[in-house]
Ligand binder design. Structure first.
Ligand code: SF4
Length: 400
């Protein structure tokens, strides 16, 4: 197959990658300008969209102006696994409550997790908190190496903080940038198998005079034009330099590994009430996606096991208590990127045994109206709403 690319004819998709790369190397200066011209008109240069990228008096910074790295650091960590439109209100609330690294260092972990509640991947919040306690006594780092030594910060987050805050010429490689580069080069390997090449391309392409604007511009191109499923190539400033467009198959890139089936598990959950009307909750160990969050106790259903038996067994194994498993309160499905869970939640009556945190950090009895003082993962928040509705309906039926 012959591909028309940047005024040249190159042969076949396989052969085109190497030839396209050589042609691209010669075109970097022109391409930088094309992208920055596009971004000046179409980029997300809006204080309502990325408030952390603006000066205190509400302007996009000039190349010689620095921004505070703290707000950018918080935004970048939130953006690691959460979309811009979802994380923005969380960032605004966070900056109201914890406006400086010293405020974050002095905060209690429960307050930090409550501010993060709903964003998922809670280890991010715990690592931010831990890092703030290490960094609060001195100015925030100003080198790539020092930022990469901070808990929870990898190369792309460190590069993003430095280029955004201090206009340093350091490359980034977030999901948007990776997709644009994969298409520009028609890369035949999945990005995670060709990391070194992707970093080289991001570095070579970066505008040395306007790195802050350039990195923002590539991310905006990926978010607005070179989108995952149907890229708008007719609007793209890099169309004439793009190997995937020349091949006629932009959405085939980035190349992916064959996907594995996502496992499905049923989780039995017990909402245990005592005679005082309090409910039993436990705090997860500080590990994994939901580390440090509070939850109603429970665990995985074994093959052939009735869900009531699962709940009674899990509560015995994890809390050393005996319960009578009652009616179902709610059943709900929750999907993570790597697994799907169905939670089957039953009301339970506490019969015997002082609760012990055998598989958690701590357990406590809480009045249902005080549950909002504890950070819970999203699925548990729906269980709490169902419990409050149930208790309210119960109270009304007793009155009538
Ligand atoms: Fe993406 Fe299309 Fe632009 Fe290539 S031409 S970078 S595929 S939007």
């Amino acid at each position: 197959m012959l591909i028309h690319f940047g005024g040249f004819m190159v042969k076949g998709l396989e052969g085109s990658s190497q030839q396209c790369r050589e042609l691209l190397d010669k075109r970097w200066p022109e391409m930088r300008q094309q992208l920055l011209d596009w971004w000046e008109v179409h980029g997300r240069k809006d204080i309502a969209i990325k408030p952390w990228m603006f000066t205190a008096d509400g302007r996009w910074p000039e190349p010689h102006e620095d921004l505070s790295p703290y707000g950018i650091w918080i935004a970048e960590v939130m953006l690691q696994q959460t979309q811009l439109r979802v994380m923005r209100p969380y960032w605004e609330q966070w900056m109201l409550v914890l406006p400086t690294v010293q405020h974050l260092a002095a905060a209690e972990e429960r307050q930090v997790l409550l501010l993060w509640q709903g964003l998922g991947y809670y280890s991010r919040a715990r690592r931010l908190h831990q890092a703030a306690r290490q960094l609060a006594a001195s100015p925030l780092p100003s080198s790539l190496e020092a930022w990469q030594a901070v808990p929870g910060i990898g190369r792309t987050t460190a590069g993003s903080i430095l280029s955004s805050a201090l206009n340093r010429p350091v490359p980034i490689l977030d999901g948007n940038v990776r997709r644009v580069l994969a298409r520009l080069h028609a890369c035949l390997e999945p990005p995670h198998r060709a990391q070194a090449s992707f970093w080289q391309w991001s570095e070579a392409l970066l505008d040395p005079l306007r790195p802050r604007d350039f990195n923002q511009a590539v991310m905006d191109l990926g978010a607005l034009v070179c989108t995952p499923r149907t890229p708008s190539c007719q609007l793209c400033p890099w169309q004439s330099s793009c190997a995937a467009y020349a091949a006629g198959e932009p959405s085939h890139f980035p190349v992916k590994d064959a996907s594995k089936p996502i496992p499905f598990q049923v989780i039995g959950v017990g909402v245990v009430l005592n005679e005082a009307g309090e409910v039993l909750i436990d705090q997860r160990l500080n590990e994994g996606l939901l580390g440090g969050m509070w939850e109603f106790p429970g665990g995985k259903q074994e093959p052939g096991e009735a869900i009531e038996a699962t709940i009674a067994r899990e509560l015995r194994e994890e809390l050393a208590i005996e319960v009578q498993v009652g009616e179902q309160l709610i059943a709900l499905d929750h999907a993570y990127s790597h697994k799907k869970l169905r939670f089957v939640v039953h009301l339970c009556r506490w019969i015997a045994g002082e609760p012990k945190p055998l598989a958690s950090q701590q357990v406590c009895w809480v009045k249902p109206e005080d549950l909002s003082d504890y950070p819970f993962p999203a699925a548990n928040a729906r269980m709490i709403a169902a419990l409050i509705d149930h208790l309210r309906a119960d109270m009304l039926s007793q009155r009538s």
